[in-house]
Design a protein around this ligand. Structure first.
Ligand SMILES: Nc1ncnc2c1ncn2[C@@H]1O[C@H](COP(=O)(O)OP(=O)(O)OP(=O)(O)O)[C@@H](O)[C@H]1O
Length: 325
């Protein structure tokens, strides 16, 4: 288990992490989400022992770990981090790069482990190549294999899947979740792609300007965002807080709502008159962008199985939108 207690840290006057408390149990994944510059990577560096907090503690298996400034070699051997940076040795093969992590084990174990890791992240065909011969996504898969090779107790993932194709990414995410649960690893997963995180994590922490603004399960965060910031971070959506517009939309019970595409229904008998502006082909569906008839500057979209021509007059209903405080 890894835990952060009352962590404070600042680089300068411009940015600070403030009173960060979080805990990740063994076998669980905590998703760390926040806009660019909110402090996700900084927090990960503190958790991994690469950066020293100004105050507060990091506990690993209930014991405080030394700060980076208190150690000869920063970091912790049971805590592995994967970032987007290529940290492979350039002049040895991919197989040798991975086996380097396993250098204290017998040769037969190294070979066996290499084979199972290569199967897992689909890099069998790359083992004899050199890092310079690999694409960005292939390097990321090798880095993941390296990080989990020595079965760490804590795995910190800083957007390590950003270069992967969607199908292989999903496959690796599911398999990684399985490994984390079977090997009882505590994992913190930083991502911009909230859709990657929602189904993967056991809990989510949302950061804004170095502060935790909401914690909870994916469902809690998605269905009960405490603020505009959290609501818009977790999915596409529109904030409506203009009273006269809310009235025009027949929404009387709130002064601010989050309207997501899934809350908008195309109905012949809908209460709201709208006009289609664009139909954008998205493969599995069309994004139908429209404006409200009596507010021509408004721009919202819903998902539709069929294309609807621009300038078509349609009627809509809004159901299930979230009321924001
Ligand atoms: N070494 C540094 N020295 C000074 N300021 C820094 C340093 N590293 C990061 N910062 C600043 O600290 C803030 C938080 O940066 P951090 O990289 O933790 O954000 P992030 O949430 O991971 O962002 P992103 O999603 O863009 O990677 C930013 O304002 C950044 O400019």
């Amino acid at each position: 288990m890894i835990e952060a207690k009352k962590i404070n840290f600042s680089y300068s006057k411009n940015f600070a992490l403030k009173n960060i408390n979080l805990r990740v149990k063994n076998g669980e994944i905590l998703g760390l989400i926040g806009e660019s510059g909110s402090g996700k990577s900084t927090l990960l560096k503190i958790l991994s022992g690469l950066l020293s907090q100004d105050s507060g503690q990091i506990l690993f298996e209930n014991e405080e770990i030394l700060k980076a400034s208190e150690k000869l070699v920063p970091g912790h051997k049971e805590i592995k981090t994967v970032t987007q940076n290529n940290t492979l040795f350039p002049n040895i093969s991919i197989a040798e790069n991975i086996k380097y992590e396993l250098r204290y084990y017998q040769k037969s174990y190294q070979e066996e482990k290499l084979k199972s890791l290569a199967d897992l992240v689909k890099i069998k065909h790359l083992l004899s190549k050199y890092p310079r011969e690999l694409s960005g996504g292939e390097i990321q898969r090798v880095l993941i294999a390296k990080a989990i090779s020595d079965e760490p107790k804590v795995l910190l993932l800083d957007e390590p899947f950003s270069n992967l194709d969607s199908i292989i990414k999903k496959k690796i995410l599911f398999e990684l979740k399985d490994i984390i649960s079977k090997q009882n690893i505590a994992c913190v997963f930083v991502t911009h792609e909230i859709t990657d995180a929602l189904g993967l994590v056991n809990s989510l922490v949302i950061l804004k300007n170095g502060k935790i603004v909401q914690k909870g399960s994916s469902e809690e965060i998605y269905f009960s965002p405490k603020s505009e910031y959290v609501g818009l971070l977790t999915s596409d959506g529109f904030i409506i807080n203009n009273v006269s517009l809310l009235e025009k939309l027949h929404i009387n019970e709130a002064s601010k709502i989050l309207l997501r595409p899934e809350h908008i229904f195309f109905k012949n008998t809908g209460k709201i008159a709208a006009r289609v502006k664009h139909s954008i082909f998205k493969g599995s569906h069309f994004e139908i962008w429209f404006s409200i008839e009596n507010d021509p500057d408004s721009a919202y979209y819903f998902k539709s199985e069929i294309k609807i021509e621009s300038e078509t007059a349609i009627s809509l209903d809004f159901e299930g939108y979230l009321i924001l405080k």
